[in-house]
Structure formats: structure tokens, C-alpha cells
Design a protein around this ligand. Structure first.
Ligand SMILES: [Zn+2]
Length: 127
């Protein structure tokens, strides 16, 4: 029996045990998601949890480890459908570079704190 004290590793093991589809996509995707949490900024724990999870899924999306269960582009009706929807929204915003929509820049700004206007508009309205 292995005693796991690290929350990220515990989450990874729980997710792997629940894999029913493509093991490579799910394993690597969960790994990308959980490792993002280790390195991402949380705005001194003030950022909305939906944004934190969405950024982790955004990194997974950019790495192209998207499981079949995620909503496809255009299938989303609400931002509250989950972090994969937020990830797709962040990907869209990241494409709007001229309007300051960079996810990396957002993460950098969240090093020391969080403001609803860090992304150029009020993200909290989405969560
Ligand atoms: Zn997460």
C-alpha cells in the first residue's frame, strides 16, 4: 500500500482509476492539468476557483490531450458547465492578443493578487 500525501498525485491516481477511454490522452491530460496547478499563480488565493481550474484545463487543451467527454466547441451554453468550457474560452481570449488576452500574461499578473479586471474585462462575471 502506498501512502499518498500530495493532493495532485492523489487526484492523478483517482483520475487514472476512472479512465474508460484513451489511456494516453487521459493520463497525459491529467498530468498536464495537475502539474499546471503546481506552477500556476492563484492570486493569493483570491482568484475564482473556476478560473484556476480553467487555466489548468487550458494547458491540457493546448497540449492536445482533450478527452472525448469534454464539450466540443459550440456545444457550450454556460460558463458554469465546467473547467473545460473555461479552457476553450481562455483559448479564444488568448487569440485576442491585441486586447491583452494572453493566458500567460494573466497568470503572471496573478502572482501577487487578483483583481476582476486583470484580463481586461470582469472575469468574475463568468463564474
Ligand atoms: Zn484542477
Amino acid at each position: 500500500m502506498i501512502l499518498v500525501r500530495n493532493k495532485a498525485i492523489s487526484s492523478l491516481i483517482a483520475c487514472i482509476q476512472g479512465v474508460k477511454g484513451d489511456i494516453k490522452t487521459d493520463f497525459n491530460g491529467v498530468l498536464y492539468h495537475e502539474m499546471t496547478h503546481k506552477w500556476q499563480c492563484h492570486g493569493n488565493r483570491q482568484a475564482p476557483s473556476g478560473l484556476i481550474e480553467g487555466i489548468a484545463d487550458y494547458v491540457r487543451l493546448k497540449a492536445n490531450y482533450v478527452p472525448n467527454r469534454w464539450a466540443k466547441p459550440g456545444e457550450c451554453r454556460s460558463w458554469k458547465q465546467g473547467s473545460s468550457v473555461t479552457a476553450r474560452f481562455l483559448k479564444y481570449c488568448n487569440g485576442l492578443q491585441q486586447q491583452g488576452g494572453s493566458v500567460a500574461e494573466l497568470n503572471k499578473k496573478m502572482r501577487d493578487g487578483y483583481s476582476d479586471n486583470l484580463f481586461g474585462f470582469t472575469l468574475r462575471l463568468l463564474f
